[in-house]
Design a protein around this ligand. Structure first.
Ligand code: GDP
Length: 302
């Protein structure tokens, strides 16, 4: 998997170094593995869980050969991800199945790749034959509105926009309304992510929700939080703040092509118990993958 090559190579090389000259998985090997996982941004809580699971296995099997360590590591991480909700159903399969547009509200701070992810998602749905409407409700930055319009043109889907500094809730309302009028399958709403003002953020997101519910009572069907996978602990902090501000139902983790720290995906989905739906592996329209825990863990630790 080309997109995740960097993450994979680094982890694999380091793991091999950690076990070189050793036959059996002992305390020292587990210590090294623990350090490796923390450096890969798995996060301390999740790392401890993974190490505990491997320790339990070593205790049970008495003797575990180091040559088996990466297989065991993979199995235990997949098992851990199975324990929480990170196994996901593709939104694509559900979109348009209810007769109403499937509304996705996209949240996240500036610079994480929110607009790009929306563009990629629009492309994904559009090329699967779905009708898509975008709503430019990140009215706080002129660039955000312009960029979304460019993405709309690139993909070939309409963008509802009232320009900069207009009421985001009103944009969201009109976009959902347009989706209904067009008989669209999916409506994707961009929002502003101003974390430095938590009360405003919370109010703005709940107002956007309230207003779209006047058109479709159970909207939004998905609140997708976009996180930059290369920012490690910052991504954890953002997840913490956004889950406090609104009910996040899924994650998209971007920029995993340029980082050796893909472990953040495991840590965040475990810690927040929110499914990772998509991963971003580049800047192009097609550089968005549906997250699958088996594929992901295999490409990380192969
Ligand atoms: P926003 O401010 O959150 O809307 O961020 P943008 O969508 O404008 O993205 C910020 C930068 O990150 C742009 O240069 C994007 O091309 C880049 N970007 C977004 N997603 C990815 C990704 O998955 N991989 C890489 N390498 N770059 C990305």
């Amino acid at each position: 998997d080309a997109g995740l090559e960097k993450t994979k190579t680094n982890f694999f090389e380091q793991l091999s170094k950690a076990v070189v000259g050793k036959n059996t998985v002992d305390e020292a090997v587990l210590d090294d593995l623990e350090t490796l996982l923390v450096h890969a941004d798995v996060g301390i809580d999740t790392t401890v869980k993974v190490i505990d699971r491997i320790e339990a296995r070593v205790a049970r099997d008495k003797y575990v050969n180091t040559s088996e360590l990466d297989r065991i590591l993979r199995e235990e991480i997949v098992a851990l991800l199975e324990d929480n909700k990170s196994g996901s159903t593709a939104v694509l399969d559900r979109a348009g199945s209810t007769g109403q547009p499937y509304v996705i509200m996209v949240v996240g701070v500036n610079g994480v790749g929110k607009t790009t992810t929306i563009g990629k998602l629009a492309h994904r749905f559009h090329s699967a034959g779905k009708t898509v409407v975008l709503g430019a409700a990140d009215t706080f930055r002129a660039a955000a509105v312009d960029q979304l319009i460019i993405w709309g043109q690139r993909v070939g889907v309409p963008v509802v926009s009232h320009g900069m500094n207009t009421d985001p809730a009103s944009v969201a309302y009109d976009a959902v309304q347009k989706g209904v009028e067009m008989g669209a399958d999916v409506v994707i709403i961009d929002t502003a992510g101003r974390l430095h003002n938590k009360v405003n953020l919370m109010n703005e997101l709940s107002k956007i929700k309230r207003v779209m519910q006047k058109v479709i009572p159970d909207a939004p069907h998905e609140v997708l939080l976009v996180l930059d996978g290369s920012t490690g602990q910052n991504a954890f902090l953002q997840a913490k703040e956004f889950t406090k501000a609104t009910e996040v139902t899924a994650l998209a983790i971007t920029k995993l092509d340029g980082t050796a720290r893909g472990g953040v995906v495991i840590g965040i989905s475990d810690q927040f118990n929110i499914p990772v739906r998509y991963i971003g592996v580049g800047e192009k329209m097609t550089d968005l993958q549906l997250f699958d825990r088996h594929t992901f863990v295999n490409s990380l630790f192969k």
